[in-house]
Design a protein around this ligand. Structure first.
Ligand SMILES: O=C(O)CCC(=O)C(=O)O
Length: 193
């Protein structure tokens, strides 16, 4: 499969443009936007309860729970089209049992700086991040050196993050004042049952 390995200190990053062909990616975007049980949760930030600036949905094998920022998400059953994506990722040799799906409605929606380093993901987790819709910049910064890296996440692309990436780097999707349409990002993960 056509991909590039992005060179960055203390990181393992592979980018697959067109992992999902454009027409199929557009159908998926439309289907997921309409059909998923989207929720806007609130998290505690600096002692205050705040609505997160995006919609989300957590799916996975029965009984799985995902915790971040003192929020617990219980896995919704797999949408068949999402499960099919999971199976396609297995063909690359990776096994995932859940996915956090984010819907960025426009440029006002964003994701703050963080690492996917929750203890249940284990050390050196493999995270498969699939993007549909509006192209957005995936910002990365090295926790120790402050080194920066911007990755343009295109419609239908896959970014695989592995090795020590989550240990050394944070990532974010910034708000933008430019007019932007919807984007869905699916981050497939594996957590113990
Ligand atoms: O939307 C993205 O590309 C990033 C998503 C993300 O950082 C996450 O789900 O942890």
């Amino acid at each position: 499969m056509n991909h590039v390995n992005l060179l960055a200190k203390d990181a393992e990053l592979s980018y697959f443009p067109g992992f999902i062909p454009a027409a199929e990616a557009s159908r998926l975007l439309q289907h997921l936007t309409r059909q998923l049980a989207w929720r806007q949760d609130s998290i505690q930030l600096f002692g205050q309860q705040r609505m997160i600036p995006r919609l989300q949905c957590f799916q996975g094998d029965a009984g799985l729970a995902y915790r971040y920022s003192r929020l617990t998400l219980m896995a919704e059953p797999w949408d068949p089209s999402v499960e099919q994506l999971r199976n396609r990722l297995m063909d690359l040799g990776h096994d995932f049992n859940c996915v956090l799906i984010n819907l960025y409605r426009d440029g006002n929606d964003s994701m703050g700086w963080h690492s996917d380093d929750e203890p249940e993901l284990g050390t050196n987790p493999v995270i498969a991040s699939l993007s549909l819709g509006q192209t957005r910049q995936f910002k990365m910064r090295h926790k120790q050196t402050g080194e920066k890296l911007d990755i343009t996440l295109e419609h239908g692309s896959l970014l695989l993050m592995s090795g020590p990436t989550q240990h050394h780097w944070q990532h974010a999707i910034m708000r933008s004042k430019r007019p932007m349409s919807e984007r869905i990002n699916l981050t497939f993960r594996s957590i113990p049952a």
